[in-house]
Write a protein that binds this ligand. Structure first.
Ligand SMILES: C[S@@+](CC[C@H](N)C(=O)[O-])C[C@H]1O[C@@H](n2cnc3c(N)ncnc32)[C@H](O)[C@@H]1O
Length: 319
């Protein structure tokens, strides 16, 4: 079976984007997963009991498969963006008859993740393509698959983007017969007061292992973990739908330091604060409201038994 790998981004381009971001004292989450060390760091976090969100979302997908598979088209392209190690897609492909899958496209900003995702399904007789690209490049990626497509964004990836941005972009890229499958870790139900809520969410994200995962790109480039401090808070945003929450992460540089970047160096000064990526936390109702506002209709929603996680299959609203 044919396997292609297309690199629309080189390591050098990513390194120079990282420099631009760090000069502005920003480091978006896409830089956390690069290189063998980024992959190892994510896989150890996602397998850890300290960070149960990742394994809970895997369990939800597995439990939802019997009801999910009949809702998918008779034959379709499986496209997963931010595919990671491709374990969920392997589960999906193993459960589907190979005749149903026209092509599997594994897309990720991390070339090493794309390799892992392709290796994970090497035993499955389906045409495969690995694409190293940003999710934001979606408009130029459509040429790699045909419709109908099932576009997946799994592992709580959806919550790492502004909801209006991601839903509008997807609506522009999905055809009438395409489907979008994503999962979300929700605001824990029953935690209405901000105190209980922030405590639960902040405890999950403030673990030592998560801090190490977040500082890893800088540590790999020469920063000592003792020279920075990881901060994480839950902040209310976008009050128009009832309060939606978002994590706010940053690294505070404790001592002057130099890190290696590409063929050069970058100086960081004591007191600098580097803004990191974020994760939105919605209630189930807010999520539904966003989908409706941006022209999506829900085809199926699976909720974990504790109510903390959902897996949602949507399509464009029918005219
Ligand atoms: C939280 S992990 C989820 C991985 C996998 N989908 C899962 O369910 O375990 C996020 C993945 O998205 C990738 N990623 C992050 N930002 C991205 C972006 N802007 N474009 C494409 N991939 C991105 C990362 O490299 C990583 O593999």
């Amino acid at each position: 079976m044919r396997v292609n790998k297309v690199e629309l981004l080189t390591k050098e381009e990513l390194e120079s984007r990282l420099r631009v971001c760090l000069e502005r004292r920003e480091m978006p989450d896409c830089f956390l997963y690069l290189g063998d060390s980024g992959v190892r760091s994510w896989l150890s976090l996602s397998a850890s009991a300290e960070f149960p969100i990742a394994s809970d979302l895997t369990t939800l997908l597995v439990e939802s498969l019997p009801a999910l598979l009949p809702r998918l088209p008779a034959r379709f392209s499986l496209v997963s963006v931010g595919v990671g190690d491709g374990a969920k897609e392997r589960t999906l492909l193993e459960a589907l008859s190979p005749r149903r899958v026209q092509r599997y496209c594994a897309v990720d900003v991390s070339s090493e993740m794309v390799d892992r995702a392709l290796n994970a399904v090497a035993h499955i007789e389906v045409e495969k393509c690995g694409i190293v690209a940003f999710l934001e490049d979606l408009p130029s990626l459509r040429r790699f698959w045909s419709t109908p497509a099932l576009l997946c964004l799994l592992g709580n990836n959806f919550c790492n983007y502004d909801p209006a941005f991601i839903l509008e972009m997807l609506r522009g890229q999905l055809g009438a017969d395409d489907l979008f499958l994503f999962d979300c870790h929700l605001l824990p139900p029953g935690t209405d007061g901000r105190d209980g809520l922030s405590q639960r969410v902040e405890e999950t994200y403030r673990s030592e292992l998560n801090a190490l995962f977040n500082i890893n790109p800088l540590v790999q480039r020469g920063l000592s973990p003792d020279d920075c401090e990881f901060h994480l808070d839950l902040v209310p945003v976008q009050p128009e739908l009832g309060t939606v929450y978002r994590t706010s992460k940053s690294l505070e540089i404790a001592n002057d330091a130099r890190i290696a970047l590409g063929s050069g160096e970058l100086c960081l000064s004591a007191g600098d604060r580097i803004r990191l990526g974020f994760t939105y936390k919605y209630t189930r109702g807010q999520l539904r409201e966003y989908l409706v506002r941006h022209g999506f209709s829900e085809r199926e929603l699976f909720q974990s038994c504790g109510g903390d996680n959902v897996l949602v299959l949507v399509g464009r609203e029918r005219a």
